[in-house]
Design a protein around this ligand. Structure first.
Ligand code: SF4
Length: 117
């Protein structure tokens, strides 16, 4: 059994009910293809918001640090990052990029994608 999770954009949270991510996981489709039936979706976290609303970079944001500590203690092995990581020009949000680096630094694999993009 492996434990995985998702990382999404806090701003997108206003209009997103995680339906696409959860459906893809349940169906083991798109970026969740190949996971065994006993794979456990054990975490769903967001970024800490845009710089204009939250000046704290992820490295010094207590909430982000606490969430990543929790992922480690829960033995989450892979985090899938939603399509909301990309802006209209398909460029990744730098805060999401930084959080992905922080996850990898703690030994958590990052997969960029959940449902079909
Ligand atoms: S920092 Fe990026 S990922 Fe986070 S809310 Fe803002 S646009 Fe979304």
């Amino acid at each position: 059994m492996i434990k995985i999770g998702t990382l999404t954009c806090l701003h997108a949270n206003n209009v997103c009910a995680r339906v696409g991510c959860l459906k893809a996981f349940q169906n083991r489709s798109a970026f969740f293809e190949g996971y065994s039936s006993d794979t456990f979706l054990g975490a769903m976290m967001t970024c800490n918001g845009c710089k204009s609303a939250n000046p704290k970079e992820p490295d010094v944001d207590e909430g982000i640090l606490e969430k990543i500590d929790r992922l480690v203690s829960e033995e989450i092995k892979v985090m899938h990052v939603g399509a909301c990581r990309l802006d209209g020009k398909k460029k990744e949000c730098p805060r999401i990029t930084r959080i992905c680096e922080m996850l990898e630094d703690r030994g958590i694999q990052v997969v960029r994608g959940t449902h079909r993009e």
